[in-house]
Structure formats: C-alpha cells, structure tokens
Design a protein around this ligand. Sequence first.
Ligand code: AHM
Ligand code: MG
Length: 341
Amino acid sequence: MNNYRKLITLDEFIFQREKDFAYSSGELSGLLRDIALASKIVNREVNKAGLVTEILGSAGTHNSTGDDQKKLDVFANDQFLSALKVSGECCGIASEESEEYIPFTEHQNAKYVVNLDPLDGSSNIDVNVSIGTIFSIFRRVSLSGPCVAEDFLQKGTQQVAAGYVIYGSSTMMVFTTGNGVNGFTLDPSVGEFFLSHPDIRIPGKGKVYSVNQGNYINFPEPIRRYIDWCTTEDKPTGRPYSFRYIGSMVADFHRNMIQGGIYMYPPVAPSNKGKLRLLFECNPLAFIAEQAGGKASNGEIPVMEIEPTELHQRLPVYIGSAEMVDKAEEMLRKSKMVEKV
Ligand code: AHM
Ligand code: MG
C-alpha cells in the first residue's frame, strides 16, 4: 500500500478554487476538466507507443508550418478538439496542428477560447522521451456570435488560465489561473490527477541551461557569449552550469521549474527567426513561469507583452529562473548598445 500525502483530486481542487476566487460560473472549471480528461486519453495512447504500431511514426501529413505530423500528434489533436467541442464551454480553439482557428458554431455563446499545442516535442514521440500538451485559455473579446481571429490573438497578459501536461516518468498536469501554479500527478491505477506539487515556485537562479547547442555557430553573437558565460568557471556564481536539453520544451521547462534553470530557443541563422510559437508554446509557459516567480522574454520584452499578429507567429524565447533570464537579456541589450555606438 502506498503512502499518499493528503489526497486532493484535481476536481476537488478546481471546485475549491472556484469558490475561493469565484473564477467563473463553472465554465472555466469545466474547460480545465475537459483538458484533463483528454490528456488522460492521450496518456493512455502514449503509454502504449512501443506496443501498438498504429500510433507510431508519421501520419504522412504536415501541419500549417510544414512540420511532419506524427500519428500521435493527429490523435492528440482530435482528442482535445472533441473534448472541448462536446462540453460547450468554449466557442472555438486554435491548434498548432491546424492552419486556421476552429469555431464551434454550436456553442457560439460560450465566453472562452483555447489555444493549444496538443502534443509538443513531436520528434521525441517515437523514441520514448517525454512529450507534453500545452494550453492557454482566454476570455473572448468579441461579444457574441461565432468567435473571430481577435479572440485568439490576445496578448499573453490577457490569459485567464494556462498549463501543460507532461507525459514523463509520471504524467503531470501543471496549471495556473493567475493565483500561483499547482501540479497534479496522475495515478494511472485510479485514473485521477492528485495535487502533488502545491504552489510551485521556480528557484530564482539555477545551475542548468537548456538550448540546442548544436546550433551554436548559427546563434547571434551575444547568445554565443551568454553560452560561453554559462560554461565559464566561476565558483561564486556556481558556474560552469550544467547543460541539459531534451528537445521537448515542456520537459526542459518542467525540470527547470522544479530545479531552477533557463530554457532558450534563440534566433538561428540563416532565417534568424526563433522556432517556437507565441500562442501555442511561449505565452502559456510564460504565464506559468511568471506565476511561479520566474521570467519569460524574447530577449527584449516580456513574452506576454508581445502583441500577436498571426496565429502561428514564432519568436525567440528565454524562459525560466528570473536571474538567469535577466542575465541573458542584459547580454543581448549590451550588444545592441555596442552595435549602436
Ligand atoms: P514541435 O511543436 O514541432 O514539437 O516543436 C517544438 C519543440 C520543442 O518542444 C523543443 O524544445 C524544440 O522544438 C526542439 O527543437 P530543436 O530540435 O530544433 O532543438
Ligand atoms: Mg509544439
């Protein structure tokens, strides 16, 4: 028999929060429950990935930004779409896997919209490495009728809730509704998420930097200098830092949330663009980072202050422990000043 801490299920927690913070007429709670349900179904399939050939490999299709879609990407997208559509608590979703947002015309009076990356870290699906789901919930800005693009293209500061599910050594759902960050671990034997990580706080600084170091020569010079700084020996600041990079943003971010660290996806030559998406990856994780005491920046301004112009907008990102993000920003800023002189 396992010794559990005090057992608080996700449902009990959401119900309690609803009362304490009066955060909705029940619709937001319903949305969080829908996401949890879909994630359990996805989790069930992820756990069979090595056994069942129908869910491994490429679906033979590409998403809107040209990435190869894995069968599990498509499966996860379908699960979240149908869980959110059936319950009627949002009037539409935008997904990393679909070019356009999807209005739910049968629920056009619902007041929320959801931005979603159903399965992030696709390249890791087939090799049994942690992957994740990322979500972000907004109150619509259009007043009635079918949802419109502006409902999805809101600044991150307008998020009502955001979170991720990590399918890792255990499956966890971590989310915020703007009152701190809480983590729930799935007990697969009873099919429930239990509160396991109350009020997560990201350490102010850490000893880990996470970046695709293989791109080093194609990073801007200040980023190369920041990486060199991370790897330089300096006892008082605990350097050299350790380097950890899984290639699943949720997994790298989650580790850094718990232990402290910085995750970066800088611009890469020759396109000199970032890879990650503002609406589906960066805004939700930025909301979580800030709610846990961390930071998220595009190198110049906070991620959540960026005005979105398109659904699949990409950006450079530096996210995690506040001191480490500050340092990266400082080095980027200094080099801009030198350029100007
Ligand atoms: P995806 O949404 O197509 O899965 O891409 C996002 C992922 C992140 O999870 C991860 O950190 C990054 O891409 C890895 O990219 P790279 O292989 O270029 O380092
Ligand atoms: Mg993704």
